[in-house]
Design a binder for this molecule. Structure first.
Ligand code: FCB
Length: 434
């Protein structure tokens, strides 16, 4: 276990934890279905055959969970609002109560407005879904905006495009490969329209949570460098360039719908801050004529790149390499690339899956990554906050309940919550005892 004190962070630095609706709420029978309910009802989609019908039952136990947040001492709690629940009778009332409970506990609510659980009747291949999203965002903002200051539009549109629509390992389970790219554009458009809807409702602190993986070429060979560059464009810059520079990177604009460029001014609506989710870098090389494996996902041989193992590093239970300096590289890289177009940055997700209550591996992971954030601050990047994924063990998408990312253990038979060693470690950090 790390014993050196974590360096001091600036006053006002926001410490938090993150969750998402589909992964923790349960109470699926008290809302209309999402694409994830449909997906998990199909045999073979989730590795352990589970669904999120009950999950952590947070919907009924949110008071207990807010008490855990209060005891942890975090300044903010990032959760997501379920669009299908808001569409259902009484659904908004749940978020009303949750926000009240958080405010009473002195924890700032930070809702994400879309974390992959699209209402089952909607489809991101349809452009109209973007306007529907903005309408739903207005409804949520009108109801919660008097108590919510900080908003997140979308979670990881890159992963939702790649896993949900290109490779089919997430809901809605499509395998469209490059024909999935309109899904990226429509989510980005939805983001921009949502920013406008939030501003119209008076919001002043708006961000997005984008996944980013620093991309390392497998070698100096031109073919590997070119493949890595393409991967970086597809998974990182395809999302950050239009948001922060108002243009698609060279080479992908032509794969987008015909009218895409006309939407760029909407997509590039100014943001108050930019959220990054970081887990590990990606090492990428030229295609090898065979499938490759990335973070538990199989990539088809037909792709113009292959993902390679990062050797010589500890790995989490998920098999993800532990590379804290990748987070410094990511944050300083964003600063270098976007300069004064980059608003203040918040790390909106960072964490790891490990078993056990005495989770020293998680403590080491978090300790390393918190120090990596500090190094980025020292290098001049304006980082304003850090959120651990996740408060609770939860339904980890296609992995079901087999991956435990929580600071708090959940017994999925009894729903009993038990704080882990990492919870106490983070509490000490947050409360300034480290
Ligand atoms: C991110 C997701 C989050 C969680 C973590 C482990 O990609 O945003 O919901 O599954 O990975």
């Amino acid at each position: 276990m790390a014993t050196n004190p974590v360096p001091r962070f600036p006053d006002g630095f926001l410490w938090g934890v993150s969750t998402s609706a589909h992964q923790i709420e349960g109470a699926a029978d008290e809302r209309e279905p999402s694409v994830w309910d449909v997906f998990t009802s199909e045999p073979g989609r989730v590795k352990d055959g589970s669904t999120a019908a009950v999950a952590c039952d947070h919907y009924h136990r949110y008071r207990e969970d807010v008490a855990l947040l209060a005891d942890l001492g975090v300044g903010a709690y990032r959760f997501s609002v379920s669009w299908p629940r808001v569409n259902s009778p009484g659904g908004l009332g749940f978020y009303d109560r949750l926000v009240d409970e958080l405010c009473a506990a002195g924890v700032r609510p930070v809702p994400t407005l879309f974390h992959w659980d699209l209402p089952a009747g909607l489809d991101w291949l349809e452009r109209d879904t973007a306007s529907r999203f903005a309408q739903y965002v207005s409804v949520v903002a009108d109801r919660l905006g008097d108590r919510v200051g900080k908003w997140i539009t979308l979670n990881e549109p890159a992963e939702h495009t790649l896993l949900g629509h290109a490779l089919g390992t997430h809901a809605p389970g499509r395998e469209l490969l490059f024909d999935a790219l309109p899904v990226a554009h429509h989510q980005l458009l939805a983001h921009g329209l949502a920013v406008r809807a939030l501003r119209a409702a008076g919001a002043t602190d708006i961000g997005i949570a984008n996944s980013h993986a620093p991309t390392w070429p497998a070698s100096d060979e031109p073919a590997d460098r070119e493949a890595a560059e393409f991967y970086d464009v597809l998974l990182n810059r395809l999302f950050s360039d239009p948001l922060l520079l108002g243009r698609y990177p060279d080479g992908v604009g032509e794969l987008m719908p015909d009218d895409a460029d006309a939407d760029l001014p909407v997509i590039a609506e100014p943001l108050d801050w930019y959220g990054v989710n970081y887990y590990a870098p990606a090492r990428v090389g030229a295609p090898q004529g065979t499938e490759s494996e990335s973070g538990g996902v199989t990539l088809p041989a037909a792709l113009p790149f292959s993902v390679r193992a990062i050797e010589g590093r500890p790995v989490t239970d998920f098999g993800w390499p532990v590379v804290p300096e990748g987070l410094t590289e990511l944050l300083t890289g964003l600063g270098d690339r976007y300069g004064d177009r980059l608003p203040p940055v918040v790390v909106t997700e960072n964490g790891c899956s490990y078993e056990g209550l005495d989770d020293q591996d998680r403590i080491a992971y978090l300790d390393g990554h918190v120090r990596a954030v500090h190094r980025a601050l020292e290098a001049g990047v304006d980082v304003r906050g850090y959120f651990v994924w996740s408060l609770l063990d939860n339904f980890e998408w296609a992995e079901g309940y087999a991956r435990r990312f929580g600071l708090v253990h959940v017994d999925f038979a009894t729903r009993e919550r038990t704080p882990k060693a990492s919870y106490r470690w983070y509490r000490d950090l947050v409360r300034g005892r480290r």
